[in-house]
Design a protein around this ligand. Structure first.
Ligand code: SF4
Length: 369
């Protein structure tokens, strides 16, 4: 089984997304503390590691930890906003260090929407430059997108643009917004979409990708909103394949081994024939409305067969024994306090709420399957 672990390299970021579920903490990694966690994944027999954050490219030792993980035989991936990879030299440096795959996050190809979602200027151009630079440097590129209220109606527009201008991107990942943690929890009114608001555009986007021979995964979307593409549900794939995921959270949560992929269910789910293979729906904070769910009365067997017949065997929560995930020192606390001051001013400028606690438990990382 090809399990993949997540290593949060840093938790700070040069963007200020109003729905970030993993905002800054005082924990910091050294190269040595990250090496121990790479060793931990190797000892578990994992296939690969995803370097994530915060914005992982902000860690000065990113090329070094990439090289180390590659040298240990792992398939090395990174999730990035693309800000630093927009520099060709940086893209080449991480490629030379052995980065196999980069997931560049692009929320909307409408610049004004992307700007609002990122809380920063010029981000779309930088992300697109990162896609191009990574490809030129020989790194496989995937595009990740968090579904939210601002982009819900034009997910297919993103795909059309990327297929035309970046045809070499062959795999796409959608993560429906997790409203339970970090900044997303306190800015739900602005960012959490209704399921109906993105149903049509997601279906059009997946259809475009499917017909063009590309692959995709969709996380945190209940199966009653996945129609023909239920086999692409990340949770369903993990339930069917009994997979696990280890996440080294750079916060108090530390290392979590996720094996339970079930979220919250509504009363109607009890009569739904897809219930055994469906991840359900987040409903924390009443962010999503259970009244939007509609039971399905069709056999789950074709979905299970489609997943098990898929050659793609990419990589389900319990605390586990593992090396310490990062350190909190007097210096890291000072750096964190300074960042919090800057972020609080930035939030006020953007009309957003800063997350409630900088030391709260971490959320699910943005999934990549
Ligand atoms: S009704 Fe419930 S169990 Fe059925 S597909 Fe929708 S969320 Fe899943």
């Amino acid at each position: 089984m090809a399990n993949i672990g997540y290593l949060q390299v840093v938790r700070h970021c040069n963007h200020y997304c109003g729905f970030c579920s993993n905002p800054s903490t005082p924990f910091e990694h050294t190269l040595e503390s990250m090496r121990l966690l790479v060793d931990d994944l190797c000892a578990r027999g994992y296939f690969g590691v995803v370097l994530t954050g915060g914005e992982p490219s902000l860690h000065p030792e990113l090329p070094a930890i990439t090289r180390y993980a590659k040298g240990r035989g792992l398939h090395v991936r990174m999730i990035t906003n693309g800000h630093r990879m927009a520099q060709p030299e940086f893209a080449q440096a991480v490629a030379d260090a052995g980065l196999d795959l980069v997931h560049v996050s692009i929320y909307s190809v409408r610049p004004e929407v992307e700007r609002r979602l990122r809380g920063a200027e010029g981000t779309l151009g930088l992300a697109l430059a990162a896609v191009e630079n990574a490809h030129r440097a020989g790194v496989e590129v995937n595009v990740n997108c968090v579904i939210n209220r601002h982009n819900a109606d034009h997910l297919d527009e993103n795909v059309e643009y990327l297929i035309e201008h970046h045809p070499y991107v062959r795999h796409y990942v959608w993560n429906n917004l997790d409203p339970s943690m970090g900044r997303a929890e306190v800015n739900q009114a602005e960012f959490v979409p209704t399921l109906r608001s993105f149903e049509a555009s997601l279906h059009r986007a997946l259809g475009l990708l499917y017909r063009s021979g590309r692959t995709f995964r969709v996380e945190r979307v209940p199966l009653c909103y996945m129609t023909d593409f239920a086999w692409a549900s990340t949770e369903t794939r993990k339930i069917v394949k009994a997979e696990e995921r280890v996440v080294h959270f750079l916060d108090e949560k530390q290392t979590i081994r996720q094996t339970d992929w079930e979220h919250q269910y509504a009363e109607v789910c009890s009569v739904c024939s897809l219930r055994p293979i469906c991840g359900g729906l987040f409903d924390r904070g009443a962010a999503y409305d259970p009244a939007e769910l509609a039971p399905v009365f069709a056999s789950p067997d074709p979905i299970v067969r489609a997943i098990l017949g898929d050659a793609d065997d990419r990589p389900t929560a319990a605390a586990v024994s593992a090396p310490a995930v990062g350190l909190v020192t007097a210096d890291s606390l000072r750096r964190h306090a300074r960042r919090r001051e800057v972020e609080t001013r930035r939030a006020a400028t953007l009309g957003l709420e800063p997350e409630r606690s900088s030391r709260g438990p971490g959320a699910d990382p943005e999934g990549i399957e």
